[in-house]
Design a protein around this ligand. Sequence first.
Ligand SMILES: [Zn+2]
Length: 151
Amino acid sequence: MQFFNSASAQSVWRGYYYFKDNKVLYYEQIDKNIYYGEVLGSENNEYEVTIDISKPKRSTCNCAHAEGTRRICKHKCALYFAVFPEKADEFMRMVEERQEENEKQREKLYVAVKKYVYSLNKQQLRDELLWLVYNSGEWVFEKFVRDNIER
Ligand SMILES: [Zn+2]
């Protein structure tokens, strides 16, 4: 299991950028699966971070988000990526692959949606359009009004 699987997506992302921005000032291995490091926080304060690779939830950090909890904060993720830079690359590759997969999926769905839309008759299109304009959020509604009613 990946260390960062127990972290929120936001913590992993921020940790990734902390690592890339060289905010991990220092680290050392202190036991078989345990690393200690100092990570620069957003207000230039330094946090003391310990990560346990075999039991991620036992990792510690003295930031407000993680102290006294089992949360995997961005500092723990940053330290993890500093110790295992290949995992940072792997994480980024995983994100990119997922994006590509999503895009492919969307393209496939677009073809299916287009086919469906072309199969509708005039009345069905009117109903569908009205529903979409009213239910797709304020931005869509206001744009529709600006483009078609108020001009
Ligand atoms: Zn932290």
